[in-house]
Design a protein around this ligand. Structure first.
Ligand code: DCP
Ligand code: MG
Ligand code: MN
Length: 340
């Protein structure tokens, strides 16, 4: 199949979304949770529109978009920019900091450090800074990783993984989760859930380490593995890296989550997100005296005074996504509606 890497996402509001996303990212970095939340909600609502939203009134009519955001949407459509964003980032240093913060794996401490060391561009970093392997990859592929991935291409990566995996083991399953499963027209990365009915955690982990990952490298599909500092990455069965389609040169961010057959439903629920929806489901579970995580729904979980888990509790459900909803007393929500 032919694939055009230049293909644009066909969302009529993509330009507006792009600018709102910059604001949203800015608020995330500055830990302004409320604004970050409002922008995310607005962006998600806008992504679902099939018509271009031009006026404030049109924007206000959409649920998830308030008065202030509606005004901003109108301004962006009229001027192709957001004045407030220019003010928010008025100094040259701020702009460089924003650029550095966009590097995969670089947080505020690292970005500010580079700035303080006198580096002023990605080129400076490549030539003069001493970078870790991961950081170098993040800088070299900055523009690749910044680009949204059109739905069709997310699907093509998923199909590639599925074919490779099933050529080794017919019983293995590959599901594209993340924003793709929620129906997004474009995604920030590719999230593949890989499982096998009956496989234990040890078995699925060794399939990952000894078969799947080496094969995907051999095929020229995986380009590099990227370490992350996240502690709770499911006991090392989540693999982060970059992948490329055979007829493309763009590197995409890809996450592969390997799960035992018995945990499929809980893992799928987790990996479909979005993250805010996950948080609300977990909160709801806690309010009912239960505990929901990416491995299952549990009851009688014991916590000490510091709220640290001392007893894992009794597993209620982990295999079936639908049953987790019904045990929580929540009507089934299809993935497209799991956007908060
Ligand atoms: N997730 C979560 N909490 C986090 C990060 C992720 O619950 N802090 C879950 C929900 C996400 C899923 O993992 O939907 C995949 O994570 P991504 O970061 O890939 O986010 P999405 O796929 O939802 O969006 P994007 O298109 O930006 O990749
Ligand atoms: Mg994703
Ligand atoms: Mn991901």
């Amino acid at each position: 199949q032919k694939f055009d890497p230049e293909m644009r996402s066909n969302n009529p509001n993509s330009k507006t979304i792009e600018i709102l996303q910059q604001m949203c990212d800015y608020y995330e970095r500055t830990a302004d949770h409320w604004r970050n939340f409002a922008y995310r909600k607005g962006i998600n609502a806008l992504r679902r529109q099939t018509e271009k939203i031009v006026t404030k009134e049109q924007a206000r009519a959409i649920s998830g978009i308030g008065e202030r955001l509606a005004g901003k949407i109108e301004e962006i459509v009229l001027t192709n920019r957001l004045r407030q964003f220019d003010n928010t980032n008025h100094t040259a240093e701020d702009r460089i900091l924003q650029e550095f913060l966009g590097i995969y794996g670089a947080g505020l401490p690292q970005a500010s450090k580079w700035l303080a060391q006198g580096y002023r561009s990605l080129g400076d970093l490549l030539e003069k800074a001493s970078l870790t392997t991961n950081q170098r990859i993040g800088v070299e592929h900055y523009h690749d990783f910044m680009q949204r991935i059109p739905r069709k291409e997310v699907e093509a990566h998923g199909v590639f993984v599925r074919k490779a995996v099933q050529s080794m083991d017919h019983d293995m399953q590959v599901i594209i989760a993340g924003s793709y499963r929620r129906g997004a027209l474009d995604s920030g990365d590719i999230d593949c859930l890989i499982t096998k009915p009956g496989a234990s955690l040890d078995q699925i982990r060794s399939l990952m380490r000894d078969k799947v990952i080496p094969k995907l490298f051999e095929d020229g599909f995986l380009q590099v593995g990227l370490a992350t500092s996240r502690r709770h990455d499911h006991d090392g069965s989540k693999w982060h890296g970059a992948s490329t389609l055979p007829d493309s040169s763009i590197w995409r961010r890809i996450d592969l989550l390997f799960v035992p057959g018995a945990e499929f439903g809980a893992a799928l629920l987790y990996f479909t997100g979005n993250d805010i929806f996950n948080r609300s489901m977990r909160l709801l579970a806690r309010k009912k005296g239960l505990c929901l995580n990416q491995r299952g729904l549990y009851e009688n979980v014991l916590h000490d005074a510091q709220r640290v888990k001392v007893n894992p509790g009794r597993l209620l459900e982990s295999r079936d996504e639908h049953r987790i909803f019904s045990l929580l007393g929540v009507p089934w929500r299809p993935p497209e509606h799991r956007i908060c």
